[in-house]
Write a protein that binds this ligand. Structure first.
Ligand code: NAD
Length: 144
């Protein structure tokens, strides 16, 4: 299964923010949209990503105030992204080895979607279930 196929199922919606808003405002948006990360997109270009982890480690543990800190001060600028043609295994490798939970999907350097660890795990489980169903029908001689 490819990233494109995951996006076809879950949609291309991307919740993004500007780097000039406060971290508090960004957290409010994350809460409102019920997501664990937001992309920082300016002039159609992906500038960074801000996650709940950034908040925990760069604000709470550093004794900073989210209302006095701007997104550009703590956002992660080293973005680990994928292409629509990348496959599930590649996504899982990145999530595991780079320790990220959200992968922006880029096509010609523009953001066309986002896949999270939850999306990838859900797709892997679906694929495994299909394989089991096929094997089951093969063994028991019924059509899947
Ligand atoms: N049943 C499902 O379809 C499904 C899919 C993904 C996650 N989940 C569950 O949600 C919980 C948290 O998921 P998570 O750790 O993957 O992270 P998450 O809460 O950030 O992601 C949840 C969903 O929101 C989407 N999302 C995240 N950030 C986004 C953004 N900036 N713009 C647009 N969409 C965005 C993700 O792609 C994912 O589909 C887990 O309990 C997981 O099992 C369920």
């Amino acid at each position: 299964m490819t990233v494109n196929e995951i996006l076809n199922k879950k949609g291309n919606e991307v919740h993004s923010i500007l780097s000039t808003i406060t971290v508090y405002e960004a957290l409010r948006i994350m809460g409102e949209k019920n997501v664990g990360a937001v992309l920082v997109i300016e002039d159609d270009n992906l500038k960074g990503i801000l996650s709940e982890r950034d908040y925990a480690r760069k604000i709470v543990l550093k004794d900073k105030a989210s209302k006095d800190t701007f997104v550009h001060e703590i956002m992660d600028k080293e973005i680990v992204s994928v292409k629509p043609t990348d496959d599930l295994d590649y996504c899982m490798d990145l999530i595991t080895n780079k320790r990220v939970r959200h992968l922006p999907v880029l096509l010609d350097e523009k953001v066309i979607g986002i896949v999270s660890i939850g999306d990838v795990v859900k797709s892997i489980i679906e694929l495994q279930k299909n394989t089991i169903d096929h094997l089951d029908s093969y063994i028991h001689g019924t059509k899947a």
